[in-house]
Unconditional design. Structure first.
Length: 306
């Protein structure tokens, strides 16, 4: 799973980096050499994945869409990690009314459906649609607000556990300031599981971005390519037998989410000590170094001496 996930995720990153070299046309280009592409053209030599109802090249839109998705993942998830971890450290370490207030706010945000909250934030920030920078920032901030409670809860729970450890108590005894204790002692130990949550939330951010674009609250097509918007415009094509306008953007979303999810799940498995213990036990049953040479494993998994 990890290998497949890394391949798919690496393909997304490489496509985003080299999009200007891979895409034969621009994301909003509808003509070349003074000739219009034509709307809803079937795949051919000039347009290997056909054209959309707006006359855009489908292959180019999908390639440029990887760049938009990568930018939103980086901005949205990193901002949510930054804000959620800081608030969780402060809440868990200080406790008292600060902790109660932040927990109530986080629970209130967490109670809202994620996509609905992202739609509201997108409308507030950009009025629904905007240019490339505004649209990406609106989607990123929307995703940030949605994911902050998750990082907040993890960081807070780890901080509450860590502040009762002997090394933190010793730092308090010698007069170390709270800021130094949080930054030097608590923070490194409270964020060990963040990479796992990061990869899973990256997949969710792709779905949130696609949902915003599909519902008409994403980025304007003349400002950037976005897979969810292209799927929205392909709805009417599906009933007319025009399959190429919706198939390829949909596959891009599915493969990207699949790759990021596989990476997250695999990292979770690799960091689970219980699963590592089961793998070691399985190797011993199959005849590992701790099994005598005169023994073999029969079909039921039991060691039987010859």
């Amino acid at each position: 799973m990890l290998v497949i996930g890394l391949i798919l995720s690496g393909a997304l990153v490489l496509t985003a980096i080299f999009a200007p070299l891979i895409a034969p046309y621009g994301y909003a280009q509808a003509s070349a050499d003074g000739t219009s592409f034509g709307a809803q053209m079937a795949p051919n030599a000039a347009h290997i994945w056909g054209t959309t109802v707006g006359g855009y090249d489908v292959f180019s839109r999908v390639i440029w869409g990887a760049q938009t998705a990568t930018l939103v993942i980086i901005l949205g998830v990193l901002m949510s990690v930054f804000a959620g971890v800081i608030l969780g450290l402060v809440s868990g370490y200080l406790g008292g009314w600060v902790d109660r207030l932040l927990v109530v706010i986080a629970d209130a945000i967490y109670a809202f459906p994620a996509l609905l909250l992202a739609i509201v934030m997108s409308i507030v920030i950009s009025g629904g649609q905007s240019n490339l920078f505004g649209g990406i920032m609106a989607a990123a901030i929307s995703i940030t607000v949605v994911f902050i409670p998750q990082y907040f809860r993890v960081a807070r729970a780890e901080t509450i556990r860590l502040k009762a450890e002997p090394f933190v108590e010793s730092a308090k005894v010698i007069g170390t300031s709270n800021l130094r204790i949080i930054s030097r002692h608590v923070f490194p130990n409270a964020t060990r599981t963040m990479p796992l949550i990061f990869t899973l939330n990256a997949a969710e951010s792709i779905l949130t971005l696609a949902g915003l674009g599909f519902l008409g609250f994403g980025i304007e097509p003349s400002s950037a390519a976005e897979w969810g918007y292209d799927l929205n415009k392909a709805l009417a094509d599906a009933t007319s037998g025009i399959w190429w306008t919706g198939l390829f953007p949909g596959l891009a979303i599915v493969l990207t989410v699949l790759g990021l999810t596989l990476v997250g799940e695999s990292m979770n498995d690799l960091n689970d000590p219980r699963l590592r213990g089961r793998r070691r036990a399985g190797r011993k049953k199959r005849g590992g170094p701790n099994v005598p040479a005169s023994a073999y494993v029969n079909g039921t998994g039991l060691e039987v001496t010859k």
